[in-house]
Write a protein that binds this ligand. Sequence first.
Ligand SMILES: O=C(O)CCC(=O)C(=O)O
Length: 289
Amino acid sequence: MKSEALNGLDQTRVQQYWDNGFVFPIRVFSSSEAAGYRNQLEQVEKEWSGADLPRPLSQYLRVHSEAVLPFAAQMAEHPAVLDAVESILGENIMIWGAEFFIKEANTDNVVSMHQDLTYWGFGETSNQVTAWIALSPATVESGCMDLVKGSHKNAILPHTDTHAKNNMLSRGQEVDVDVSDDDKTAVVLQPGEMSLHHGQTIHGSKPNTSNDRRIGFAIRYINPQAVQQSDIREYAVLARGMNSTQSFIHHAKPASLFSKTSLAIYEKIRAQQDKVLAAGISDNRELYS
Ligand SMILES: O=C(O)CCC(=O)C(=O)O
């Protein structure tokens, strides 16, 4: 199974992205490569869940895994993934963050319908894209993502922070619009396949009613034209090309799992980004609580 994204997406797929606000499925890893990455993730879960880390392991997986897990950084810089992203963002690409969205088998965790850009501090912009890679089957039964076609053409709409316990988002944010199931496209992916979605596309996902874990790896890519609207200077990994605007502090990739250096970088990244993500929060609740 050869990656179809090496050397980029063809014009039809690029057009689909701009028309619909998303495109899928794009095969980026072979099934054995995807199984290898899943295995590395599950080894980390096994060996590090009781370790004496500054934060619970779940936080490192859920936010900025690229800063502490070498295999996460490797996936985020995989040539097939970057080639597809380059078709959307151009040749200068930064990784703003990489996150595992894991729903255990038969659990009720959900992602409420939302637009990613709501709290990212970039305003409305097409200079970002999310690549979501399946490391286990993403099916309707396992709670794959649902995306609303054409919804990226909306402005950023009002959202309500629910902080619901079973909601996987930073603030449990939900767009203040009723989205009918008829308007949702189920993003069914096999392990090693990827979707790309725009940050204004309304999307979410339902519980996992399958007997396997649903493991998604979401990478947030930006180009140098994406700029923070506040004066908070954030961190990013320069994955390809150059960033002549110097708008982000470029940080090194982790040399080994949870190295002392990478744990220190992790705290700097979080300190800056949490200020952005928590802006305007209605009470003193913590993100991802
Ligand atoms: O994994 C999911 O179900 C949702 C992920 C998501 O909201 C995103 O990647 O922007």
